[in-house]
Design a protein around this ligand. Structure first.
Ligand SMILES: *[C@@H]1O[C@H](CO)[C@@H](O)[C@H](O)[C@H]1NC(C)=O
Ligand SMILES: *[C@@H]1O[C@H](CO)[C@@H](O)[C@H](O)[C@H]1NC(C)=O
Ligand SMILES: *[C@@H]1O[C@H](CO)[C@@H](O)[C@H](O)[C@H]1NC(C)=O
Ligand SMILES: *[C@@H]1O[C@H](CO)[C@@H](O)[C@H](O)[C@H]1NC(C)=O
Ligand SMILES: *[C@@H]1O[C@H](CO)[C@@H](O)[C@H](O)[C@H]1NC(C)=O
Ligand SMILES: *[C@@H]1O[C@H](CO)[C@@H](O)[C@H](O)[C@H]1NC(C)=O
Ligand SMILES: *[C@@H]1O[C@H](CO)[C@@H](O)[C@H](O)[C@H]1NC(C)=O
Ligand SMILES: *[C@@H]1O[C@H](CO)[C@@H](O)[C@H](O)[C@H]1NC(C)=O
Ligand SMILES: *[C@@H]1O[C@H](CO)[C@@H](O)[C@H](O)[C@H]1NC(C)=O
Length: 397
């Protein structure tokens, strides 16, 4: 099955979400794609065998020696058929990707739109392996060929960037959204290990806290989805060893909630408690709602009935429970768990930092992340439950 956020329902919601405000994208900063030259010798290929790629916008001034790496997101493929389909799209091949990307939100180079990271070296790592940059396997039955080489792609990009200045970084932040936010959990400590010992290295996951939750039919939809993914793409060998040796089901370490206790690098978790992707694919996957009782509620939270709201509140409660140890731990962690119906809030200018962007305790996401990164203030923000937050962009009516 291909889990991709490009479903009709989700695009509709995103459209509704941004419709009145889409004008923010007026000043578009475009950055060109680079293919990774050393990928061939490392066997680091996209699903279809094409070379992997990233986009680099150089830092300047006081930020010239600081680096922000952002994993692109875009779901996963967990069986041969869905991966073969994916290999013929921009999610599985650099041949089909846009060769320029808009750098906005946390990737923006404009100080008034991205006050803390605008002058850093900013890199977008393109996603073309289908397993959050973590697989290492190959499928070849004579007629069909697929490369599951996410882990090598990650490696190849890092090795390419080290001599370009990453190897002398003073400050670094590894971030990512959705499947890329999950990649941040999986690669955070490995990233730290590549950088100078005296550098300040931290990680940020945006909308990557995918829960091992039951769906409305009490089925472990995500658990089975990831189990197949980990097996197909050879992911288990690349998961955190401390986690896999302590867990009776090592593949479960693909879930951030089980991997997080072992991560040593300071971490920030940005997520909506009603993450739209998890709502639509993990809590209420289409198979669990064959009669479409949730159709209107998925399009507009104001159309949810009392039982549906109760179910959504239960999902939020479970997310907060799994994060309790992190909230309470003395480690230099940060979090921003808001109550907006959203998915990925750091890449869009609208939600990252704008006059009317979402806030918790009157703090924007950009402020909360900056306060945490630079140690200006403790940033552990948890929003009140839906529908109390009137700074969200989802609320229709
Ligand atoms: C930065 O963004 C502000 C606010 O949108 C805009 O007024 C300004 O022109 C931008 N600066 C540059 C250099 O693009
Ligand atoms: C190889 O796998 C593909 C996809 O599963 C299948 O369509 C094809 O028939 C297989 N070829 C052989 C020779 O088994
Ligand atoms: C880390 O140490 C190296 C070598 O001593 C030095 O060149 C570099 O400036 C230091 N970096 C930071 C962030 O202090
Ligand atoms: C990062 O992880 C890869 C794969 O596990 C490993 O081969 C590599 O040595 C690690 N790098 C560092 C610097 O620890
Ligand atoms: C539970 O989920 C799995 C994986 O998606 C699916 O194969 C199975 O049919 C589902 N069972 C029910 C009762 O929905
Ligand atoms: C992980 O395991 C290594 C030894 O294999 C140990 O030194 C380290 O402290 C462990 N880390 C955590 C967070 O448990
Ligand atoms: C956090 O820890 C404090 C003191 O250790 C304890 O009193 C409190 O109940 C804990 N809070 C949660 C949410 O676990
Ligand atoms: C919220 O923050 C803004 C600046 O970001 C400030 O102007 C405003 O007064 C604050 N509102 C409250 C209620 O503190
Ligand atoms: C730190 O955060 C607290 C709580 O959000 C706030 O009251 C305080 O003003 C902040 N301090 C600074 C220096 O921003």
């Amino acid at each position: 099955m291909n889990m991709d956020s490009n479903t009709v329902v989700l695009s509709l919601l995103v459209f509704l979400t941004c419709a009145p405000r889409c004008i923010y994208s007026e000043e578009r900063h475009l950055v060109k794609m680079n293919l990774v030259r050393n990928a061939l010798s490392l066997g680091a290929y996209c699903l279809d065998g094409s070379l992997p790629a990233y986009h680099l916008d150089r830092g300047f001034g006081a930020g010239a020696r600081n680096w922000l790496l952002q994993f692109e997101g875009g779901g996963w493929c967990n069986d041969i058929k869905s991966c073969l389909d994916r290999a013929q799209t921009h999610r599985g091949s650099t041949h089909y990707m846009s060769k320029v990307e808009v750098f906005s939100g946390i990737l923006s180079n404009n100080a008034s739109l991205n006050p803390d990271f605008y002058n850093w070296n900013r890199v977008k790592l393109r996603y073309c392996d289908g397993a959050s940059f973590a697989g290492d396997a190959k499928f070849d039955n004579g007629t069909s060929l697929l490369y599951f080489r996410g882990q090598r792609i990650w490696q190849a990009i890092i090795l390419d960037l080290l001599p370009k200045g990453l190897g002398q970084a003073k400050k670094a932040l590894l971030s990512g959204c959705s499947a890329g936010g999950l990649a941040t959990f999986l690669h955070c400590d490995n990233f730290t290990n590549y950088l100078p010992k005296n550098a300040s290295v931290k990680c940020l996951s945006d909308a990557g806290f995918f829960l091992d939750a039951r769906d409305i039919g009490l089925n472990h939809t995500m658990r089975y989805f990831y189990k197949d993914l980990v097996a197909l793409q050879g992911v288990e060998q690349n998961l955190d060893k401390n986690c896999t040796t302590s867990n009776p089901y090592p593949a479960q370490c693909f879930f951030p909630q089980y991997a997080l206790p072992y991560i040593r690098t300071p971490f920030f978790i940005l997520n909506s408690a009603y993450d739209v992707f998890q709502f639509h694919h993990a809590l209420v996957p289409p198979a669990a709602d064959p009669h479409g009782h949730w159709y209107h509620c998925k399009l507009n939270p104001a159309a949810c009935n009392a039982i549906q709201i109760y179910t959504l509140q239960g999902f939020r409660k479970y997310m907060l429970e799994t994060l309790r140890f992190f909230l309470n731990s003395s480690r230099r962690g940060g979090m921003f768990i808001n109550s907006c119906f959203a998915h990925c809030q750091s890449e869009l200018q609208d939600t990252w930092f704008a006059p009317d962007s979402p806030r918790v305790n009157n703090k924007t996401i950009a402020q909360a992340v900056g306060d945490w990164y630079f140690g200006r203030n403790i940033s552990k923000e948890i929003d009140c439950a839906y529908p109390c937050d009137n700074t969200c962009h989802n609320l229709i009516g």
